[in-house]
Ligand binder design. Structure first.
Ligand SMILES: [Zn+2]
Length: 283
């Protein structure tokens, strides 16, 4: 079974601010079509068996992909899609909204992005959210890594900061998005020693040399079993991400460079992410 652990939907215009949209071309070279319809998302998920779909709320960036919007969409494809809620820790109602998203909207996890939501991961205001997520068994996908957005503070983006949360909430399952790019090495040493912290490999392949080196580093540190497949749709599709993963050894032919093994590649693609994220019972 192939699970895309990292996909976005939104309504544009509507959910994104113009400032955010204007900066999207910086995300990768080549066009990103942000004018996505839900049917486009669903069609792109044809190459995977299940897909996780994120809501996203950032007051600082005036971005709000509502929990209700994601819930309604995933409910129309219950065998295939799993919705993750988003709350902004700066909102005084964040914990109540998370509870509502789980009990009423049946969302199954949480997406956080300190760099987008303008908070330090260890800020006291975020603690009740981690506590609630741990109590409810909700996995958190956390965007700890770089971004294209000018006003989003990089100081909140370091993957190593996730360790404090992991130590305080040992049963909380967390996934660091994009392998914490460009701090992949920090992510690797973190997921090596924190049992419930994982990483997804979404959106790294745009820089193929970097992607290859990341995969080799993961092998050398023995953490490939902590890697989950993801695309970051609509920035790319699961099919393009799968193709890139199969092509990861393109630099190796005719050299003595180490190979990313077939076991690593198929392991990432076929890993039972639902089991890891406590979602097996929810489908
Ligand atoms: Zn993303």
């Amino acid at each position: 079974m192939i699970v895309d652990c990292h996909t976005h939907v939104w309504k544009y215009p509507g959910h994104l601010s113009e400032r955010f949209v204007k900066e999207i071309p910086r995300a990768k070279s080549g066009e990103v079509d942000i004018n996505i319809k839900l049917k486009d998302h669903f069609a792109a998920m044809e190459s995977v068996d299940k897909a996780i779909v994120f809501a996203f709320k950032s007051t600082a960036l005036s971005v709000n992909v509502p929990n209700d919007y994601v819930a309604q969409y995933v409910q129309s494809h219950p065998g295939k899609l799993i919705g993750f809620a988003s709350v902004d820790p700066n909102d005084s109602e964040a914990v109540e909204e998370l509870e509502r998203a789980v009990s009423d909207l049946k969302l199954k996890g949480l997406k956080l992005g300190p760099i987008y939501q303008n908070f330090h991961i260890n800020d006291p205001k975020a603690q009740p959210i981690y506590e609630k997520a741990q109590k409810l068994g909700l996995p958190i996908v956390i965007h700890q890594g770089a971004t294209f957005v000018t006003s989003a503070p990089l100081k909140y983006a370091l993957p190593i900061q996730v360790e404090d949360v992991a130590l305080k909430y040992p049963d909380l399952v967390m996934v660091i998005a994009h392998l914490g790019h460009p701090w992949e090495e920090d992510t690797i040493v973190l997921i090596r020693k924190q049992p419930n912290v994982y990483a997804d490999i979404s959106a790294i392949y745009y820089r193929p040399w970097r992607f290859y080196n990341d995969m080799v580093h993961c092998q050398e540190y023995g953490v490939t079993h902590k890697l989950l497949f993801g695309s970051d749709y609509p920035f790319t599709t699961p099919q393009e991400s799968l193709t890139a993963l199969y092509k990861v050894n393109q630099f190796v032919e005719g050299t003595n460079l180490p190979r990313v093994s077939d076991t690593t590649i198929t392991g990432i693609i076929e890993r039972d992410a639902l089991e890891i994220l406590n979602l097996s019972g929810s489908m």
